[in-house]
Design a protein around this ligand. Structure first.
Ligand SMILES: Cc1cc2nc3c(=O)[nH]c(=O)nc-3n(C[C@H](O)[C@H](O)[C@H](O)COP(=O)(O)OP(=O)(O)OC[C@H]3O[C@@H](n4cnc5c(N)ncnc54)[C@H](O)[C@@H]3O)c2cc1C
Length: 272
């Protein structure tokens, strides 16, 4: 099988909103590699693949035979061996996402056979609390971590802080609300930045993730302000949110984990 063969197919496509999809991709006749939650795969389609209708026309036509490849964090559990799930935003002017959005169940797609990445829960010690902060599809790696590794009877507290523009952009909300109801050590805090657009009054937190963190909602639920000595923070998604959160967190003594130095902030940037 040549490297450019479309070696997988779409086994499920869930439309969260017109610009957000959950796509399950199954390998065709080969085994998925082992992976650790938080890692990512690459998806690709050739330039000849059709674009979704509600997107911008391309200024230059890509090579019809060349694969357009992009990285996507895996949202499914590493225990699932039949498929990998992705949570994808439509970039209307983008090269690949308008083609991914045109895919239907059964359509073929290229899936990498290696799932790399260092954004893993094991970056935090087992005995600290964990805050997973994400905007939009930055939630994907946390879904994989929660679906694989979350222990409802552990002493560790886990919180998901999820920022989106509207309530209808809060993918996986039902699953996370259910987890929160069932697990005493799990907190789910969605925040929306445009509550004025909601047809039904939004009673939850409004603003950006930084506002949610700077407020006291989590402190009240956890019975105190998380500190660098008891909590590690994971950040994933929009680079502006990541920079904003780092600024706020660094004032509270949290430090970024780097290749050279241990830290209490762990990040995955989807773009720069
Ligand atoms: C490790 C890693 C994991 C990733 N995981 C995901 C994921 O789980 N889900 C996901 O939707 N994307 C994810 N991305 C982003 C993804 O790889 C692509 O960059 C994105 O889908 C755009 O591809 P495109 O070809 O349509 O746009 P391109 O033609 O490549 O245009 C890229 C431009 O689009 C903008 N852009 C890129 N991503 C987004 C986004 N999510 N929202 C808004 N604007 C964006 C930026 O301005 C960027 O410069 C990930 C990126 C990395 C590096």
């Amino acid at each position: 099988m040549s490297d450019t063969t479309l070696n997988a197919f779409v086994s499920q496509r869930i439309e969260v909103s017109p610009y957000l999809i959950i796509l399950r991709v199954a390998p065709d006749g080969w085994e998925l590699p082992d992976f650790t939650p938080g890692q990512f795969a690459a998806l690709a389609l050739p330039g000849s693949a059709p674009r979704y209708r509600y997107t911008d026309p391309e200024e230059t036509t890509p090579d019809p035979d060349k694969l357009i490849k992009r990285a996507y964090s895996i949202a499914s559990s590493s225990v699932d061996r039949e498929y990998v799930e992705f949570y994808i935003t439509l970039v209307r002017s983008g090269e690949l996402t308008p083609r991914l959005f045109a895919l239907e169940v059964g359509d073929r797609v290229w899936l990498s056979k290696k799932f790399p990445g260092t954004f893993k829960l094991s970056e935090a010690p087992d005995d600290v609390n964990v805050v997973f902060a994400a905007t939009g599809t930055g939630l994907a790696p946390y879904m994989s971590m929660l679906r694989t590794d979350f222990e409802s009877n552990a002493t560790r507290r886990v919180a998901v802080l999820h920022g989106a523009s509207h309530s209808w952009d809060l993918g996986y909300r039902a699953e996370l609300v259910t987890m929160e109801r069932l697990c005493k050590n799990f907190t789910y805090l969605p925040v929306i930045s445009r509550p004025e657009d909601e047809p039904v009054t939004w009673s939850g937190p409004a603003g950006h993730l930084q506002d949610l963190w700077s407020g006291d909602t989590l402190d009240r639920l956890w019975g105190g302000r998380p500190t660098p000595s008891d909590t590690h923070i994971f950040l994933c998604g929009n680079p502006l949110m990541i920079e904003g959160m780092i600024e706020v967190l660094s004032k509270e003594g949290f430090t970024e984990q780097t290749k050279k130095a241990a830290g209490t902030i762990h990040l995955e940037r989807f773009w720069t």
